[in-house]
Design a protein around this ligand. Sequence first.
Ligand code: NAP
Length: 458
Amino acid sequence: MIEHLVNYVYIVSAVLFILALKWMNKPESARRSVLAGEIGMLLAIVGTLLKHEVVSYQWIFVAFFLGSAVGIPIAYLMPMTAVPQRTAFSHAFGALAAALVGTAEYYQRRPHGFEMAAIVIETLLGFLTFTGSLMAMGKLQEVLPQRPIVYKNQNLINFALFGIAAALGIWIAVVPENTWIFPIFVGLSLLFGVLLIIPIGGADMPTVIALLNSYAGLSACAMGFALNNKLLVIAGALDGSSGFILSVIMCKAMNRSFTNVLFGAFGQLQVKPGHVEQRSVRSATPEEAAGLLEAAGSVIIIPGYGLAVAQAQHKIRELYDGLSKRGVDVKFAIHPVAGRMPGHMNVLLAEADIPYDRLWEMDAINSEFPQCDVALVVGANDVTNPAARHDKSSPIYGMPILDVDKARTVMVIKRSMNPGFAGIENELYYLDKTLMLFGDAKFFVTEIIKELPALVRA
Ligand code: NAP
C-alpha cells in the first residue's frame, strides 16, 4: 500500500522537477519554477522517508540542522556577484554526498553486477566533482591563482590518471571483495578532480561549473541505480543533461569550443599587445547625459557586470520610469553571457521589477540598434565590443555581440578605461558617436535622475 502511494508521490515529484526546468526558461515563470522544484524535493524526501524503514531519525535531524545552519546564512549573506562560486560550493557537497552514499553502499553490501558498476560510476564522478568544484570555487573567489597552471604532457598525464582510476573501478566492479583497491580508487578520483581544473583559467570557470553540475547529476543518477530509486535516476538525469546543455549554450555564446575550454588552458586574462598609443575619448557629465536621454525618442539600455557590482538595478528602474513618463521608448538588451552567470542580468532587472516585456534578447534587439537614438551601456564591456565582429586577432573574435555601435549615439557608464572580463580594449569607446560617462554606475545613474526635471519634482 505505502509502496504504491510512494510511487505516485515520486511521479508527481518527477513531473514537478520537469516543470521546474521548463519554467526556468522565462523570467515570468522563474519564481513558479523555483516553487515547483522545492515542492518536488519536499515530496521526494517525504516519499523516501515513508518508503524506507527509517532506523534513526535523530541522525537525519542532525544533518538537517547542520545543513540548514550552513546553507541559510550562505544564501542570505553571499552577494549576487558571488553566486557562481556559491553554486560551485553547493555542487561540491552534493557530489560528496553522492560519493559517500556510494562508499557506504560498497562497504556495507558489496553487491555484484550492475549495482556494483553503478556504485563505481557514482563514486568516481562524485569524488572528482567534489574536488573539481572546490578548485573552481577557489579560483572564482581568488583564493587560488586564476591563471591556468600548465606543465608538459598535462593532458596525457590526466588521461592516464583517469584511465587508471577507471581500470581500478572496473576491477572493483568485477571483484568487489578486493576492498584494498577501493581507497586507491577514491584517492585517484579526488586527485583527478584537482588536476582536471588546474589547467583551466578563471575566465572559463562559470562554464566548467555548469559542466561539474552535470557530473554531480550523473553521479546522483548512478546512485539512483545503485539504490534502486527511480526518482533519483530521473532527477540525476535531468540535472546531468541540463548542466551539460547549459555549458554548451555558454560555450556558444562566448564562441568557445567545448574541448578548448577543457583542454585549451585558455581563460588567462589577455591584454592585447601593441596598443600603447593613447587614443582620446569623449566624456560627458550627468547633465549632458540627461539632456540627451530626455530628447531621445528611443533608448536601449545595455546592462553588464558593472551593474551587478554597483547594485544599480533599482536606480536603473527609476531612470526607466522617469524616461518612460516623458514618452521615451526604453528597452533593455540582454546578452546571454552579460555578467558572470547565465541569466545574471534577468535576475538583477527582475529584482527591480522592470517589466519583462521590456527585456529583449540579443537576437531580437540587434536589428533595432540602427533606429535607436541612444544606446546606454551600464557596466557592460565585452558584450558590446565590435572587435568580436571583425578583428580576427581578438580573443573574443566570433563571439556574438550586441550591435551597440550601430545606434545614433552611444553612452557608456563605467569607472575607468579598464578592460572587462576578457582583458581587452573596447574600440566602441573611441568612436565619434560615443560619450564616456565615468563613474560608479549607481552614482552616475542617480546623478542623471537628479538632472531629469520631472523626477526632481517627484
Ligand atoms: P565585462 O566585459 O566584464 O565588463 C564589465 C565592466 O563593468 C568593466 O569594464 C568595468 O569597467 C565595469 N564596472 C565594474 N564595476 C563597475 C561599477 N561599480 N560601476 C560601473 N561600471 C563598473 O562585462 P560584460 O560586458 O557583462 O561581459 C561579461 C563577460 O563575462 C564576457 O566576457 C563573458 O564572456 C564573461 N563570462 C560571462 C559568463 C556568464 O555566464 N554571464 C560566464 C563566464 C564568463 P571599470 O572597471 O572601468 O568600471
